[in-house]
Every structure is written in structure tokens, then in C-alpha cells.
Design a protein around this ligand. Structure first.
Ligand SMILES: C[S@@+](CC[C@H](N)C(=O)[O-])C[C@H]1O[C@@H](n2cnc3c(N)ncnc32)[C@H](O)[C@@H]1O
Length: 201
């Protein structure tokens, strides 16, 4: 049977974590900023190289694995990249906690967990609801870049994006190459870029 005290404590902890994340983001990302977001930034290789090549851009990497975020922070500190941030958070929680008015110019999803079993597909990050939530924050001309070595996920992502009202597949070259840890382990990979559709298009 459910214990009401434990449930209330659990809900209070979730609330506290959300408020802590909101405060952390508000302290790092000025309201109304345009940012580059990497979902599942892993060990931070991609975003550190990207931020070094684009020092004027605010770049934010998010990952649920704390020690990967810590590695990213060490890379950032060594490279003295003041506009680069690595945040320990779940991607959907990050979206909910982002300061008002912050928008994305680009979103990168590189080698996301593939969840190969059918019953686990619901855990894949790239889903229609996620695309809708990202679209709310995607500024005019925003791009979403997706790369995976798992072909069934690539096919599904292509289909989900192609049929989504807010996004369209764009035939564009990959904008920035940097080997990630998971890319270095993959025999091959597939990439796609999507463009935020103009309102009413
Ligand atoms: C397969 S690894 C790829 C890491 C990196 N992008 C690379 O190419 O080396 C997937 C990463 O996504 C993170 N991750 C999985 N689900 C996530 C979520 N819902 N929100 C944030 N990070 C997530 C995992 O902790 C892991 O570091």
C-alpha cells in the first residue's frame, strides 16, 4: 500500500531538484540568450571542440551521467571556455527548467542510447513529444542535428522528424565534425539535419 508520507517526501524531493536546476540554469544562462544545446553530451569532446571554434556562442551540454558531466567540466576549465557549460540533468527536465526567453540556434543529439528492444523504444530521446518541446524553444532558422550508428533508430528518427509539423529534413552538410567517444567505437554512422519550419508553413 502507498505510504502518503513517503509519497509526499518523494514529490518534495522532485520539486527541490527542479528548483535547484532552475536556479543553476538562471545563474549560468542569461534570459533571452540564444544557445547551442547538446543532449547527452557524454564525455564532452564534441561540445568543447565546438565551443572553442565558436567562442561567441553559449554552448550547453546536458547529460544524466554525473561523472561524464564532471569530465566535460574539466575539459571546459582546461580550455578556459567561459561560455561553455556542462549540466547534470535529464534532457526533458532541462527543457522545463530553462529560463524564460532562452532559445536554441542548434541542437545536437549524437549517438543517443539506441534502446534496441521494442518494449524499450519509449525510452528513446527522439520522439514526437520531445521534438514538440524543443520546437517551442527553437528560434527562427534553428537546426537539429542527429547522428547514430544504429540504423533502425536512424530510420525511425527520420520518419518521426519528416512527419512532425514543426520540423523538416534539410539536405545540408554536417556543420561541425569532432569525433565523440561513441563515434570512435562505431564502424559507421548516419546523420541528419532538420530545420525548424517557419510558423504556418
Ligand atoms: C551512447 S552515449 C553518447 C555520448 C556522446 N554523445 C558520444 O557520442 O560519445 C548517450 C549519452 O546520453 C546520456 N543520456 C541518456 N539519456 C539521457 C537523457 N534523457 N537526458 C540527458 N542525457 C541522457 C547518457 O548518460 C550518455 O552519456
Amino acid at each position: 500500500m502507498e505510504n502518503p508520507t513517503r509519497t509526499a517526501e518523494h514529490l518534495a524531493r522532485i520539486d527541490q531538484r527542479h528548483n535547484d536546476l532552475r536556479e543553476e540554469l538562471a545563474s549560468l544562462i542569461p534570459a533571452k540568450s540564444v544557445i547551442v544545446w547538446e543532449v547527452g553530451s557524454g564525455h564532452g569532446h564534441f561540445l568543447t571542440a565546438y565551443a572553442a571554434a565558436h567562442p561567441d556562442r553559449i554552448c550547453v551540454g546536458v547529460d544524466i551521467t554525473r561523472d561524464r558531466i564532471e569530465r566535460g567540466i574539466r575539459k571546459r576549465n582546461r580550455a578556459k571556455l567561459t561560455k561553455l557549460h556542462f549540466i547534470h540533468a535529464e534532457a526533458n527536465n532541462f527543457l522545463r527548467a530553462l529560463p524564460a526567453g532562452v532559445t536554441f540556434s542548434s541542437v545536437y543529439i549524437l549517438f543517443p542510447d539506441p534502446w534496441p528492444k521494442r518494449r524499450h523504444h519509449k525510452n528513446r530521446i527522439l520522439q514526437a513529444d520531445f521534438l514538440s518541446a524543443v520546437a517551442v524553444r527553437a528560434g527562427q532558422g534553428a537546426r537539429l542535428h542527429f547522428r547514430t550508428d544504429y540504423e533502425p533508430y536512424f530510420k525511425e528518427a527520420t520518419q518521426v522528424i519528416a512527419t512532425h509539423p514543426a520540423w523538416q529534413i534539410a539536405a545540408e552538410p554536417w556543420p561541425f565534425e569532432q569525433l565523440t567517444v561513441f563515434q570512435s567505437r562505431a564502424a559507421q554512422h548516419h546523420s541528419l539535419t532538420a530545420r525548424r519550419r517557419a510558423a504556418g508553413a
